[in-house]
Design a binder for this molecule. Sequence first.
Ligand code: FE
Ligand code: FE
Ligand code: MG
Length: 162
Amino acid sequence: MGTKGLSLVKMDVKELIEKLNEALADEWLAYYQYWVGAKIVKGAMKDSAVAELTEHAGDELRHAGMLADRILQLDGTPILDPKEWFEKSGCGYMAPLDPAVLKILDQNIKGEQCAIDAYSKLVDMTKDKDPITYQIALEILKDEIEHEDDLQTLVEDIEAAR
Ligand code: FE
Ligand code: FE
Ligand code: MG
């Protein structure tokens, strides 16, 4: 990164890159969990679930891109080997072994709640220290809050229709 740009970062850059790679691993695993969940989901209001899961998969992939771009700007290297996704991920992966729509939605809600925690920590950590990463973390946090709300609303709709 340009030296002037880098001089704005008032925190340990190596530690920041580690945190961003941890979030990057989370995003890829979240992407796949949504993507494969949308393929296998079964049950009531399946079409609404597929639409929401597919939309969220796209958002997680976009988040991965935002994080990788920032890592590169900080002269870091985004995770190169998917094996590291599991080693570095903070939120992990919940294989959708039961395709029932409410089970899939529940797993993804738990994933979003973990993501909200993780990005709210990243927001706190970068506040007044790195305005660019702060803005990225805040933008992603906003999306994860929307994701949780969308999924919980869908669960309520499905339960109300029973
Ligand atoms: Fe995300
Ligand atoms: Fe999300
Ligand atoms: Mg949505």
